[in-house]
Design a protein around this ligand. Structure first.
Ligand code: 3SL
Length: 232
């Protein structure tokens, strides 16, 4: 039976072997939630990049360019990192380049895996269905915050483990921890996360609706996959 493991921070990735496995990169608040939303609302593909300058360079090719640093839209960019930016009719049929503080870094570092998928609560069921069909070992790569552990990405890993229970081994300690944390939190994810550092950070920016939206499960069926430099 394949197994699911959880890497709680990109800093821990050197301890994981990704070759031969599928990586699920997650940054619930808010990068991967925004990416899932964008592709579900007709964005053609997404270039996730690390640096602001690299991202801005896509503008010359007709891309919408989006950037977030410390929760705020970076100056001069078309869009920030709110999932609501990507529900506008104007995004349909466009190409998007995006850089964020943690999420796009987690995606880049996941590249040694056989496949890199993008996960969020918004598409957790669709990701689980994909992984069940693929039948390969999985590592959930949590974006965390600047190298540190975070609760929301860990809860996503727990939710995914719950969906895969019975078809995947849940025998890694990190997976068991995430699974049990999710059991405690799942009836009220927002309440559980209310004291967490990133929810408090985002609340200071007055974007509670973003948080509430990102914590909704199974809103979208899309499973973004990294193909070359692009998420499709
Ligand atoms: O760190 C990231 O990649 C972002 O998702 C952070 S924020 O939610 O936009 O503040």
């Amino acid at each position: 039976m394949p197994s699911i493991d959880v890497c709680f921070s990109p800093e821990l990735l050197p301890l994981f072997k990704l070759q031969g496995k599928i990586a699920v990169a997650v940054d619930v608040l808010r990068a991967t939630s925004s990416m899932v939303t964008a592709l579900s609302h007709g964005v053609v593909h997404i270039a996730p990049v690390s640096e602001l300058t690299e991202c801005m360079a896509y503008k010359d090719q007709g891309y919408m360019v989006a950037a977030e640093r410390d929760g705020v839209k970076a100056e001069g960019f078309d869009l920030g990192n709110s999932p609501f930016h990507y529900q506008e009719e104007g995004v349909r049929g466009r190409h998007l380049a995006i850089t964020t503080t943690n999420g796009t870094q987690a995606i880049r570092l996941s590249r040694p895996a056989d496949e890199v998928l993008i996960g969020a609560f918004l598409n957790v069921g669709a990701v689980a269905d994909y992984l069940r069909k693929a039948g390969k070992d999985v590592v959930v790569v949590c974006a965390g915050w600047k190298g540190l552990f975070n609760l929301e990405d860990t809860l996503f890993a727990g939710a995914l483990a719950e969906r895969l229970e019975g078809d995947f081994e849940l025998n890694h300690d990190a997976t068991l921890a995430a699974y049990h944390l999710y059991q405690t939190a799942k009836s009220d994810l927002l309440g559980f996360l209310s004291k967490s550092s990133h929810v408090q950070r985002l609340e200071r920016l007055h974007i509670l609706p973003d948080i509430e939206f990102c914590l909704r499960e199974d809103v979208y069926q899309v499973v973004p996959i990294l193909q070359g430099d692009f998420l499709v």
